[in-house]
Design a protein around this ligand. Structure first.
Ligand code: COA
Length: 173
């Protein structure tokens, strides 16, 4: 198996792959974002984007290994392969040992374990690359993400202000 490629199984028994996002995934990632409900878009991007600019999707596929890493969850649909989720961390410029983490799972594929698995697969890669602290910002109405974070192996630090939860947790020594 190539590096950072993982064969996984959804809670409904369906197989899927977790693998790094590459520049030629622009259409696939674009279709994933296009399929999202307004609430999922808002939870992921913290903005009510009606349409994600193609340049942004292209940037999200053009992963700079010095400062970020992105994984997708991919299923086979006939001959095609489609993304059902994507996750990334982005190193903070003012604190290179810290990174912001972001993830999304397609609405029709939630509650099947893909979110938790993407998250679980991203952390060791961050640790390998010298990240010690993961940080993120979510809406305080995002109960699912909050529950996923709270029920993880890491001890969370949180700060809640104006409807936003900023969180951080230590992933390594
Ligand atoms: C948050 C998100 C990534 C979770 O993805 P998912 O694939 O549904 O997550 P999972 O199936 O792995 O479930 C994660 C946990 O949430 C729990 N959960 C599910 N529904 C829940 C709910 N309504 N309230 C609280 N917890 C819930 C599950 O029990 C699971 O816990 P477990 O792993 O201990 O069983 C997905 O809902 C999503 O994309 N949301 C929109 C974007 C977003 O909010 N991104 C986060 C900020 S960047």
């Amino acid at each position: 198996m190539p590096e950072h490629v993982f064969e996984e199984t959804l809670k409904n028994g369906a197989p899927y792959l977790i693998r790094p996002i590459a520049p030629d995934d622009v259409n696939r990632l674009g279709r994933l974002y296009k399929s999202l409900s307004p609430q999922s878009i808002y939870f992921r991007f913290m903005a009510p984007l009606e349409r994600l600019p193609r340049a942004l999707v292209r940037d999200l596929c053009d992963v700079n290994p010095e400062r970020e890493f992105a994984l997708a969850a991919e299923v086979r649909q006939g001959r095609a392969r489609e993304f059902i989720g994507a996750a990334r961390w982005l190193r903070e410029s003012h604190d290179p040992q810290a990174a912001q983490i972001m993830l999304v799972v397609a609405d029709g594929w939630t509650n099947l374990g893909a979110g938790r698995t993407l998250y679980r697969r991203l952390i060791p890669i961050a640790r390998e690359r010298g990240i010690r602290t993961m940080r993120g910002l979510i809406l305080d109405s995002n109960f699912k993400m909050i529950s996923m974070l709270v029920n993880s192996e890491f001890t969370l630090d949180t700060d809640i202000q104006d409807g936003l939860v900023s969180f951080s947790f230590n992933i390594g020594d």
